[in-house]
Design a protein. Structure first.
Length: 239
């Protein structure tokens, strides 16, 4: 059994990172242009809720009559490089603790490589995983639904597709190309995509309300992951 997790909205609540980034940009507005940080944060939240990501900082700057390409870039830089104050879902920590001695654990996450590394650092995940794949390190084309990083895991672990489990939250990309290969795909209904209906053929094999329900799936699919007494088996050596 090779257990692979997504990061954002699977192991932790991504809105915490977003909120911290918006606060950092609001502080920038105070420090550089003297704008009230409380008002700025409220405006940034409103723009995000109304328009989604992409032009939040542009709209905020335009609202002050202060837009420029360099100022927008500065906002993005501050957002990406802020030190996030985030924590794992309690169930995320429980699942890592439960399975890290029973199976090789991997992480596959999309997004800007600086941002994603900052998240992994803040969550202190490096010791828990055999390897962490930030897909953008291999180019944008390696982002999910690409199976590029999963092929690397398969080769490193010397396993078959049917021996792999992938746990994610986004039916638009997480499971599309993995389920047909025989990977056991598990959708967890946490985060921004929990109420998003999956297109035909895009959903996971299993859907669970939260990570605490993951053992039921794994025990059914991979009963050898624990011995008859339920005790953890020794972790395979890292190569």
């Amino acid at each position: 059994m090779i257990l692979i997790f997504d990061l954002d909205d699977t192991l932790y609540d991504e809105t915490l990172f977003v909120e911290g980034g918006l606060r950092a940009v609001a502080r920038l507005g105070k420090e550089r242009w003297g704008w009230d940080p409380v008002e700025s944060l409220a405006t940034l939240r409103e723009i995000l809720a109304r328009d989604g990501r992409g032009k939040v900082f542009d709209r905020w700057l335009e609202g002050h009559g202060a837009w420029s390409r360099s100022r927008a870039r500065d906002c993005v830089r501050v957002y990406r490089n802020h030190s996030p104050e985030i924590g794992l879902f309690p169930a995320g920590r429980r699942m890592i603790e439960k399975y890290r001695s029973r199976a090789p654990l991997y992480l596959v996450t999309d997004g800007n490589k600086i941002v994603q590394r900052n998240k992994v650092d803040a969550l202190d995940l490096w010791p828990d995983f055999k390897r962490i794949f930030i897909t953008h390190r291999f180019g944008v084309a390696a982002a999910k639904p690409s199976i590029h990083c999963f092929e690397r895991i398969k080769a490193e672990a010397d396993c078959a597709w049917h021996e792999m489990i992938y746990v994610g939250d986004n039916p638009a990309k997480d499971f599309v190309n993995l389920t047909p290969l025989g990977v056991t795909t598990v959708r967890v209904l946490t985060g921004a995509h929990r109420e998003v209906p999956a297109l035909p053929g895009h959903d996971a094999l299993f859907t669970i309300p939260d990570l605490d329900a993951l053992p039921d799936v794994l025990d059914a699919r991979f009963p050898q992951s624990a011995d008859a007494t339920g005790q953890a088996r020794p972790r395979p050596p890292v190569r």
